[in-house]
Write a protein that binds this ligand. Structure first.
Ligand code: FES
Ligand SMILES: [Fe+2]
Length: 372
């Protein structure tokens, strides 16, 4: 059994006199990271009408140009701050719903109906934001546009390449996004919070190999000779069969976590695969300090032609992510309201991955130096 480590991490709510905070560990009060690609919405949801989105506190209006390109502008008309997402798209312009000022993809006004002077047009300008479409997602960079390198967008080929099938969903969580990242790096909770779907008892003690590489964290767990949990066993048709199960979980950025899960059947039945690969992708978008939009996808390279299997996986994942949502919201609610105030946070060895992630985010936040 791993020995618990006494890692005292003061954990304080924003509204009370804070105990000493560990500046090297990000928590729910750490300013949201803006220099990062986040999912702002789904390709399929952006058609002829503009849509509102919020990413790291930044309010955005998304719309499509006539050639289909998706663009993002600050959702705030330069004239009287009417939300542009409540306007309409005309040709290649987003037209404000209040006095009809039209803005192009670069945020410059192309028409000011009440004042046709060029000076009036040039005074009206809203900020454009880098937006890149990688179906099924629209990726947005809310920070310094100079730093918005599309090569930094996390890859998710399993959602577009042949040979894979996937289920996609959205869970809104009224809690800080770092709790969700920590939850995803903490696979020991599978056996308890998700006892009915993702975890088996033996999984809680499977060894963890931790790799911190630059600003990413990777954890690998391998469990041999155990049966599969409810998420997989019926879907893979391996109920009660001892298999090898490995999970490679990666904190890729503040906006993305990818889990690569593999099941090896050492004695496959005739005509059945020996290896099953599943990718569980987590696009995590902080809306505000304590509000998070969580787009998830579960992709598989097995039984790809069977929609019933997609349905089974979706149902199990929705059940598990509801358990995560409730856990994170209950913790946030308690932290906000407990009259006895903050308690020191204690950690055990499997928390090292989560703590490494919080150190990285604290570093990224310090680098950004707060926002104006
Ligand atoms: S507020 Fe947008 S045109 Fe006046
Ligand atoms: Fe979970």
């Amino acid at each position: 059994m791993p020995q618990p480590q006494r890692l005292a991490v003061p954990h304080s709510a924003p509204s009370r006199a804070p105990a000493a905070r560990r500046d090297d560990l990000a928590d729910r009060r750490t300013p949201l990271i803006r220099n990062c690609w986040y999912v702002a919405g789904l390709s399929a949801d952006l058609a002829e009408r503009p849509r509102a989105a919020t990413v790291a506190g930044v309010r955005l209006a998304l719309f499509r140009l006539r050639d289909g390109r998706a663009v993002a502008l600050h959702d705030r008309c330069a004239h009287r701050s009417f939300p542009l997402s409540r306007g309409r798209v005309e040709g290649d312009a987003l037209v404000c719903g209040y006095h009809g000022i039209a803005y192009g993809a670069d945020g410059r006004a192309t028409c000011v109906p009440a004042d046709d002077r060029a000076a009036a047009r040039s005074a009206m300008r809203v900020r454009p934001f880098p937006l890149e479409e990688r179906p099924p997602f629209l990726w947005l960079w809310p920070g310094d546009p100079e730093a918005a390198d599309p090569a930094l967008i996390p890859a998710h080929p399993w959602l577009s390449e042949p040979g894979w099938a996937y289920a996609l969903g959205l869970t809104d969580i009224e809690a800080n996004y770092l709790g969700l990242h920590e939850n995803l790096l903490d696979t020991t909770h599978f056996s308890f919070l998700h006892a009915g779907n993702v975890g088996t008892r033996a999984y809680a003690n499977a060894p963890i190999a931790l790799h911190v590489e630059g600003d990413t964290v990777r954890q690998v767990r391998v469990l041999e000779g155990d049966v599969l949990p409810g998420l997989y066993d019926r879907a893979m048709d391996l109920v009660g069969k001892p298999v090898t199960r490995s999970t490679d979980s990666r904190f890729v950025s503040p906006g993305f976590h990818a889990a690569h899960a593999e099941v090896i059947d050492p004695e496959p039945a005739p005509g059945r695969p020996a290896r099953y690969a599943t990718k569980i992708l987590h696009a995590i978008t902080p809306i505000a300090q304590d509000r998070t939009r969580y787009w998830w996808a579960i992709a598989r390279d097995w039984r790809t032609e069977e929609p019933a299997v997609t349905g089974m996986l979706r149902e199990a994942i929705v059940e598990a992510f509801e358990e995560d949502r409730l856990a994170l919201e209950w913790i946030r609610e308690l932290d906000d309201s407990d009259a006895l105030g903050a308690i020191p946070e204690r950690s055990v060895r499997p928390d090292l991955g989560g703590l490494a992630m919080r150190r990285i985010v604290a570093r990224l936040a310090a680098r950004e130096g707060g926002h104006d």
